[in-house]
Structure formats: C-alpha cells, structure tokens
Ligand binder design. Structure first.
Ligand code: NCD
Length: 318
C-alpha cells in the first residue's frame, strides 16, 4: 500500500523524494497503460470513490485534469467551479464549516483558494484527504509533480531522465507565482542549479531562496534572460500574476517584461525545454509553439497522468 494513503497533499515539502518518485513512476505507468488501450482496466481502480473539486479562483487545467483523471479511474466527481460566488462561502461560510460538510460528501477534496494557508485550514477541518490545488501565492504541489514528470519525460525517449545536474532557469513573477515556489522546493531532492530571472520587485521570496540553499541547491538571481538561457536545460516561464497586484497600473509596469521568442530559443542551449504552467499571456511568443523545445502543451497533458497517480495513491486504488 502506498505511504500516501489517506494523506493530505498541502506542500510539496510534505512528500519525501521516494514518495515523489513513486508518484512519477505511477504516472508513467498510467501513461503507458492508456497508450496500450487499457482504459477499461484503469477505469475499475476508483469505482465507488467520489472526488469534490472546490475552486474559489479561476482554473481550466487543474480542475479539468483532476476531474478527467478521476473519470478515467472510474470514480465520480462533484464540483463547485466558482466557489467564491456560487458556494455558501458567498454567504459567509468558513473553510472549517465547509470541511466538516464536504467530508461526508466526498472521499477526497481538491481545493483552490486565494488565501495562503487555506488548504491547511481545510485539511485540519476535514477527515478525508485534502489536496491543495493552489493556495494564493503559497504553493501548488500537484503542479510541481506534473512539472517534475515533464522534466523527466522531456528528451528521455520513452523513459524518465535523471534530474541531477540540471540547470533550471525560472522566469517571470517569482514572487507571486506559487508554481515556482513548489517546483523549486521539489527540485532540491536532486542536485539542481537554479537561476531566477525576475525584476527585483518580483524576485523569488527570501524564505524560498533560504530553503533551497539550506537544502543544498545553488541559486543565482538575475534580471537578464538571454545569458541564463545559454546554459539552461529547462526554462520555466511564468505569467505576471495580475490578480496579486494592487492596481492595473502596478501590473502594467511588469507586463511583457520577459518574452521568449523562437529567435531567443535559437540562441539558447540546444535541447532546452521551454515549460510554462499556463495560462500564457504574452511571455512566450506563439512562434515558439512549433519548435520541438516547446514542452508546455505536453506538460498540461501530463497533468492527467500525474493526478491519476496521486488520486489512486491517496485513495488506495493502486
Ligand atoms: C497556475 C496557477 O494557478 O498557479 N496555473 C495552473 O495551475 N496551471 C499558474 C498561473 O495561473 O499563472
């Protein structure tokens, strides 16, 4: 039985390296089984289980890939897509009360919420496992898992490549982007060098950098993109997180500050993988899409396999 059985997934730091690798291996197993046409067998794994997705912030990929994963496993899904306005939170219900209620409606809860710490609060209230699908500017651990899976899959034929020795460049709004917080922490389970490219006002938070260094990673911070790309194995691009800014004027100061073009990829290290959690605004030119280096749509697809792995391991269907 998986050690993730009945566990809450709140921060990527909650998972050991072995647990993370077990999720990635299980994801590869699901990708292969589906490719072999075993969907009818896979669809028996979580019969009689119910997933609740409760999203207080917009989402396309995370919610739909969780729901797709649960459906592919034969489970059922109940969902509030606009929980801010259409759930009882609009009437003043607390996270604690929602947790006490949702635990009797579902076997696992996936929540996205604008407040950092909200996933922990729900997990403390609910007796069933809670999976954090993004808590404000805090963390997004399942995105980190699918990002790791993508890094292992890119350029590795049918297998999974080793992560040790990679140079990972993260670009954009590193202050407010929760995906880079979780992914950088996750990568400290391997020997990875980071370069963080951001305007000083949107730099990676000091506490995250301190955590990474304390876990043995080398971290460089920069404001120029081109020099970092020349030795990057992975360029992880993020959107300026408009919803975290106090005004449109403030956001407009940073919008468009970094844009990756096909010409920039041509100057970068050969074989570089361009990743992005999506949604993209303007930070990757669409002329990059046709390049073999453009990994972001494969990355989004990988979310289904990784979430299938996680749901079966948490619910005990593996
Ligand atoms: C990210 C998020 O919500 O943090 N989206 C996602 O889950 N793929 C990234 C973003 O919104 O910029």
């Amino acid at each position: 039985m998986s050690s993730l059985r009945n566990r809450d997934i709140i921060s990527i730091g909650d998972l050991s390296k072995d647990e993370i690798q077990a999720v990635l291996d299980q994801a590869a197993n699901f990708e292969q089984r589906l490719a072999r046409g075993e969907s009818h067998l896979v669809a028996q794994l979580l019969q009689d289980h119910i997933l609740a997705t409760v999203f207080y912030e917009p989402s396309t990929r995370t919610r739909l890939s969780f729901e797709s994963a649960m459906n592919r496993l034969g489970g059922r899904v109940i969902s509030v897509a606009e929980a801010k306005t259409s759930s009882s939170a609009a009437k003043g219900e607390t996270i604690y009360d929602s947790g006490r209620m949702l635990e009797s409606y579902a076997d696992v809860i996936v929540q996205r919420h604008p407040a950092t710490g909200s996933a922990r609060a729900l997990a403390d209230a609910a007796s069933v496992p809670v999976i954090n699908a993004g808590d404000g500017t805090g963390e997004h651990p399942t995105q980190a898992l699918l990002d790791l899976y993508t890094i292992q899959r890119e350029g590795a034929g049918n297998g999974l490549r080793a992560l040790d020795g990679l140079h990972v460049v993260m670009v954009g709004d590193l202050k407010n982007g929760r995906t880079v917080h979780s992914l950088s922490k996750a990568l400290t389970n391997w020997k990875v060098n980071f370069t963080f490219v951001a305007p000083p006002q949107l730099a990676m938070p000091d506490e995250v950098v301190a955590y990474l260094r304390q876990r043995g990673a080398t971290v460089q911070q920069a404001t120029e993109l081109a020099p970092a790309l020349s030795s990057a194995d992975i360029a992880y691009i993020t959107r300026i997180q408009q919803e975290r800014f106090s005004s449109v004027e403030e956001y407009m100061k940073y919008k468009g500050v970094y844009v990756i073009t096909a010409a920039a990829v041509a100057q970068a290290k050969p074989g570089i993988a361009i990743m992005h959690p999506l949604p993209r605004v303007d930070e990757i030119d669409t002329d990059v899409d046709k390049l073999p280096n453009a990994a972001y749509f494969r990355q989004a697809r990988n979310g289904v396999f990784v979430r299938m792995a996680l749901l079966t391991m948490v619910l005990g269907g593996d």
